[in-house]
Design a protein around this ligand. Structure first.
Ligand code: CO8
Length: 258
């Protein structure tokens, strides 16, 4: 795959996407999002890939949607062009787990892109924020919806209404990120976590992702019912037989990913 604004690599069973628009602090324009979508298409179609990492640079995961590209938009440009859903939703629909490895700024659409992923691992340099209010707009890719689900109403309101940034320690305490690591270890730590995930049964990993996401879409009872159905279906997998046989035989399982 040839891209201009992202770099894609395969590391073992992990697909790595590095945003590569350094002069604009990885600002997310249509081309970047199209390229991320195409990279995800490729990784999803590849049976050799079990998990994906999206990262940016040391200075910025992404400093937001591209302000210059939006500045002269009319309402009809935004509405008719289906601004946001057209290519951003692809991240949400990816069925393989995605880890966001965040160093530096993750602001506006950058924070929202990270929140569309399944796990956020932050460098100690990471700074999260939804500063759209300063531009006369509001978050448009989930900031007012995913952030309160992650950190609660008080902190989400604080970030969206005051535009202040949250550092990595605060983000971890608030529950937005799963772990904080030294900046120079960020990508290695994220790749190691992704490789661990990719070593498990791929269908089970996908079922877990789907089930945890269900928790945000349904009542507890509906979610529990969904989990039960998916749990039962896991017994149709060869990987379940292998996983349990390996435990009983005190050996490492060799998952065949089906
Ligand atoms: N869009 C376009 N260019 C950007 C952006 C951006 N979001 N952020 C930074 N840049 C550019 C700057 O214009 C500058 O370019 P140039 O060198 O040509 O002047 C370059 O990146 C470096 O930036 P700075 O010189 O400003 O670097 P500093 O270290 O001084 O400051 C900051 C870094 C604090 C990150 C600062 O650049 C900043 O405040 N950036 C804007 C942050 C922001 O407001 N983000 C939200 C954008 S709006 C948004 O994301 C809405 C999402 C809605 C859904 C998306 C739908 C598609």
């Amino acid at each position: 795959m040839n891209f201009e604004l992202i770099i894609t690599e395969t590391r073992g069973r992990v697909g790595l996407i590095t945003l590569n628009r350094p002069k604009a602090l990885n600002a997310l324009n249509d081309q970047v999002m199209d390229e991320i979508g195409a990279a995800l298409d490729g990784f999803e179609a590849d049976d050799g890939i079990g998990a994906i990492v999206i990262t940016g640079s040391e200075k910025a995961f992404a400093a937001g949607a591209d302000i210059g590209a939006m500045a002269e938009f009319s309402y009809m440009d935004a509405y008719k062009g289906d601004y946001i859903t057209r290519n951003w939703e692809r991240v949400k629909t990816c069925r393989k787990p995605i880890i966001a490895a965040v160093a530096g700024f993750a602001l506006g659409g950058g924070c929202e892109l990270a929140m569309m992923c399944d796990i956020i691992i932050a460098a100690d340099s990471a700074r999260f924020g939804q500063p759209e209010v300063k531009l006369g707009i509001l978050p448009g890719a989930g900031g007012t919806q995913r952030l309160p689900r992650a950190v609660g109403k008080a902190k989400a309101m604080d970030l969206c209404l005051t535009a202040r940034f949250m550092d990595a320690a605060e983000a971890e305490k608030a529950g937005l990120v799963s772990r904080v690591v030294p900046a120079d270890k960020l990508v290695d730590e994220a790749l190691a976590a992704a490789e661990t995930i990719a070593g498990f049964s791929l269908p089970v990993v996908m079922m877990i992702k789907e089930s945890v996401n269900r928790a945000f879409e349904s009542s507890l009872n509906e979610g529990l019912l969904f989990e039960r159905r998916v749990f039962h279906s896991a017994f149709a997998l060869k990987d379940q037989k292998e996983g349990m046989a390996a435990f009983v035989e005190k050996r490492k399982p060799e998952f065949g990913h089906d």
